[in-house]
Design a protein around this ligand. Structure first.
Ligand SMILES: [Zn+2]
Length: 230
């Protein structure tokens, strides 16, 4: 192979190595922590927090209603006892009892609504727990395949690294230096119909002549890439 062809082959292997490393990283992180499982865990935790908040409100509402009920009963007893003689005081107390009964009924309504919310929260927790279980199952089922992929990519990576090192060692030193000086990525561009396929600028006729001979490195006058015949 001519120097530029060697460099193109080298560049393709470097690209392949990068893809393999990306794949490996992705699979390794998936095996360490599956984002679907993490999301399902978070959803369950938030459903549980919601349920707990409602349970607390329910307990508080129970306590309040209990104390209101006790007060109402004692007021009613007092009213019925006949001990209060003053008509104005009786009137006032009976108004008070009426008022207490009305607000007690409102509290019961509110408690019923809260209980409905509690049931909905309970359902949400159950659903979130089922989704988490499902996500964990899927993750566990996918793991063996992922591990097999991981192993095969690891061995492929070793091969690619060895191949690219072997090709690089065949590249003459001046061509190696020219490649290392190119500051754009990818460093090597193919030429088709007198055009640099990376930047689409036409290669000069003297450049094309040198390229056809292939012994020396020709760089694109526009983008600086090392050129190789397609
Ligand atoms: Zn170019």
């Amino acid at each position: 192979m001519k120097p530029a062809q060697l460099l193109l082959a080298y560049q393709r292997l470097v690209e392949k190595e990068r893809e393999l490393r990306d794949d490996l990283e992705r699979v390794e992180s998936l095996l360490t922590s599956d984002p679907d499982v993490v999301a399902a865990e978070e959803a369950l935790a938030s459903a549980q927090a919601e349920r707990q908040a409602i349970q607390l409100r329910l307990r508080e509402s129970d306590r309040e209603r209990e104390s209101h009920r006790t007060r109402l009963r004692s007021r009613e007893k007092e009213l019925m006892s006949g001990r209060i003689r003053s008509p104005s005081e009786l009137m006032q107390m009976s108004e008070e009892v009426k008022h207490m009964k009305a607000s007690f009924a409102e509290e019961e309504e509110a408690e019923l609504r809260l209980m409905e919310e509690g049931e909905a929260a309970e359902d949400a927790v159950r659903e979130a727990a089922a989704s988490l279980e499902e996500a964990r199952k899927r993750s566990a089922e996918a793991a063996p395949t992922l591990r097999r992929d991981l192993e095969s990519w690891q061995s492929e990576l070793e091969t690619v690294k060895a191949d690219s090192a072997a090709i690089w060692s065949q590249v003459p030193l001046p061509a190696q230096n020219a490649y290392l000086r190119v500051r754009v990525y990818p460093q090597v561009a193919e030429v088709d119909r007198n055009q640099c396929l990376a930047c689409h600028v036409t290669v000069t006729s003297s450049g094309m002549q040198a390229l056809r001979k292939g012994d020396e490195i020709v760089q694109c006058e526009n983008c600086g890439r090392i050129l190789v015949m397609a």
